[in-house]
Design a protein around this ligand. Sequence first.
Ligand SMILES: Cc1cc2nc3c(=O)[nH]c(=O)nc-3n(C[C@H](O)[C@H](O)[C@H](O)COP(=O)(O)O)c2cc1C
Length: 473
Amino acid sequence: MASLTVRQLDERLKKLLRLRAARHGRSMEDEVRTILREAADATGHEALDLIVPPNPPKEGAEQRSVIEADVRHVLLIIGGGIAAYKSLDLIRRLRERRIAVRCILTKAAEQFITPLSAGALTGERVFTDLFDQTSEFDVGHIRLAREADLIVVAPATADLMAKICGGHADDLASAVLLAAGTNVLLAPAMNPHMWANKATQRNLAQLKADGFAFVGPNEGEMAESGERGLGRMAEPLEIAAAADNLLSLEAAQPLKGVRVLITSGPTHEPIDPVRYIANRSSGKQGHAIAAAAARAGAEVTLVSGPVNVLDPTGVKIVKVESARDMLAAVEQALPVDVAIFAAAVADWRVANAGEQKIKKKAGQSTPELALVENPDILSTIAHRTQQRPPLVIGFAAETENVVANAKDKLARKGCDWILANDVSPATGIMGGDRNTIQLVTGAGVEAWPTQSKEEVAAMLIDRIAAARNGAKK
Ligand SMILES: Cc1cc2nc3c(=O)[nH]c(=O)nc-3n(C[C@H](O)[C@H](O)[C@H](O)COP(=O)(O)O)c2cc1C
């Protein structure tokens, strides 16, 4: 069925609709629904009989949706795990925070709790079936996805995680999730062996890279007698707090409309058409920053060297090989409001890279590689007189005297902030998943705790948002 949104109506009709809705104390969408129902009623009861919900919403429920037309809306998808009973409490916890809740139960979830109990707590009809004529007419799976400010999946079963990962849409929950994008919070719950399974961990990594948010699982007793471990669903209060947090973030979008440029990964400097000089940068940190900036509402351009990490969603990606290509792509992306140079750009390239593969010939001496300096991308951009981004941030990968070298780099390169990290092999930072940052600015040095590269990214985005807010005041 074609979908119609109020936004698509012409201005005069919208105005009339707004007045009519206000007169009846309804939201504009509820008003449209009422008009459509009245029209259907007038055109034939046989047709109407097919579309009236078997359990029409109670009067109280109708009243509530009108009163709370402007509250935040969560679509709670309850998967088929033992922890489903806790999701009933989660509904209460969300309602306490004035978050309106609509529920979808998977077929497996119905083995653990009933739509009746979920419906009694939400005060709304509960959705269970993709091919339900009534709900497709009245709400529809695409609208279920669109009308939610946030989708919470609790418990997120191993099966649901795999389905989201694979883009499946063979039941209502997965179809809605596929239509929804990544504004989704998952609260996994499963047996520790299921959680530790490589397939589940692969799916988890993929979903995180795609921008899905997670709460839990926690360590503790399992429902199965005698079992303990990692896999217990986060407590309803924790999930409600995480949802509230995401909803506030969503509303705030601290970098909404801000243009952010990020470089990431290594560069490859050719020796000849088949050989190159590279470094151990994985691109994990730069890509995590790009994902965090996109989540904060920024318009992100990610200039990436050759990496094996997944492309973050919601960003424009420009893929390059060499330092010179990277500089050209960066200059092409200007003007921007913030530029973050996380790529490990090769300092040197081979002076005369062979146009053909260099051959090993018997009796000939080993070829010598003469190196020349590559352009310094950070310094070039930070010293621009035109279109210099108002905030230029560099990374300093050091193996000794981390802070002293970073302070020196800040002055030499003319950038505003440096994120310094110790990349000595013992730290495992280069290519690893965690990072220990010292933020060096004109105001001083801030030591950040050792944390995941995603957490570093989130912290950096917070600092950027705070700095921009401070500058505006
Ligand atoms: C008693 C019982 C408990 C289960 N508990 C869980 C669980 O906690 N987590 C999980 O991922 N799967 C659990 N399962 C398996 C799921 O119910 C099964 O994978 C189902 O297909 C999930 O469907 P859904 O993802 O559509 O909800 C359990 C199965 C049974 C029989």
